[in-house]
Write a protein that binds this ligand. Sequence first.
Ligand code: ADP
Ligand code: UVW
Ligand code: MG
Length: 400
Amino acid sequence: MNIFVINSGSSSIKYQLFQMPSIQPVCTGLIERIGSVNATIKHKTFIGGKEDTAEQTLPLLNHEAGLQQAVDLLTHGANKVIDNLQSIDAVGHRVVHGGEKFASATFITTEVKESIHKLFSLAPLHNPANYTGIEVAEKVFTGAKQIAIFDTAFHQTMPEYAFRYALPTSLYTNDGIRVYGFHGTSHDYVTKQAMQYLQNPAAKLISIHLGNGCSMAAVVGGKCIDTSMGFGPLAGLVMGTRSGDIDPSVIFYLINELHYLPDTVSTLLNKQSGMLGLTGFIDMRDVNKKVENGDKEAEIACKMYAYRIQKYIGAYAAAMNGLDAIIFTAGVGENDSSMRRRICSNMDYLGISIDDERNNVRVNNMLEINKVDATTKVLVIPTNEELEIAKQCFELLGGS
Ligand SMILES: Nc1ncnc2c1ncn2[C@@H]1O[C@H](COP(=O)(O)OP(=O)(O)O)[C@@H](O)[C@H]1O
Ligand SMILES: CC(=O)OP(=O)(O)O
Ligand SMILES: [Mg+2]
């Protein structure tokens, strides 16, 4: 069964084609800097044990243009992997916000699309791009089932005392204002890997997803009990362009005293804050270069980024009344050993202590980086949201 997975981010698209039940992709792709004249596409194919990569830089003004390009690469040129688009049986879409409605993989109908559309304002960097992905896929993969996998679904197991805000009850019951949580597919994937590795199906785990968006989840026995993002993907950790937790009084001050408009505040917190606001750079590799050159602002930004994560680790160890392992994943979590070192410093009270030599090893699969005698495991686990999405689609379609 051919399953094509689309993971549309704010400025990137990741895609993978699987011939399920094989979990080895036939091809993978990464399109970055969408919205610019210097967008890049990296299209990798894995056929007959041979890996091939095609790379190009081109103008891509929006997600639609990006997806069209990906579709062309699937069916044309030296790196094509299928003869025609009709051979795709299902398209799995990562959808960031699904509200309270969706707790598992869902066939996309007009009503499902409406629900995704209604949530645009709560996930402004993501749901519009996810929606475009669905519309394009419906047009080009006309023979395929369209399936949505929601970032919010994994967090639906949170207890009510963890997902409610202390606001008047009607704002929850009538208006759905509560914690939803995001990156669920990633937290689900890496915690399952960790449980298997630890051979402990009841493990108390903290999953730390550090990409452009960053979030953490406390997971006991495979079930999420708390997470750092909230009503939208803006709360919690310091991110590439998002502020994470701030006192809501700041927003009133911006509006009432500094005369910001609500939309300008939204843009400020979603697109101009985080590492970008603190250092002028979104990409942690650029921030790290500034730190190496002795830049004080970049140093304090990295300290803030790590300190926020340390505080959440403490909170989640308390929430779970114990801790077996913490997991680092996504772009920064998987690749940035200096940030992992910062986060794991002065955490021996919680049994967290990393081995510098192991922390600096670079591999593409799971790595245990704690000292051998540390009581809490520290694992680096590459996430694979696309594979998890393909598996959930396959299951929904009756495969096993
Ligand atoms: N070698 C590296 N060192 C530090 N950070 C890295 C490295 N490689 C990637 N990153 C970070 O990973 C981020 C992207 O992570 P990713 O999980 O792909 O994010 P997203 O899915 O949100 O686009 C980049 O912004 C960059 O900061
Ligand atoms: C929800 C979210 O922040 O996703 P991403 O990290 O892909 O931007
Ligand atoms: Mg991501």
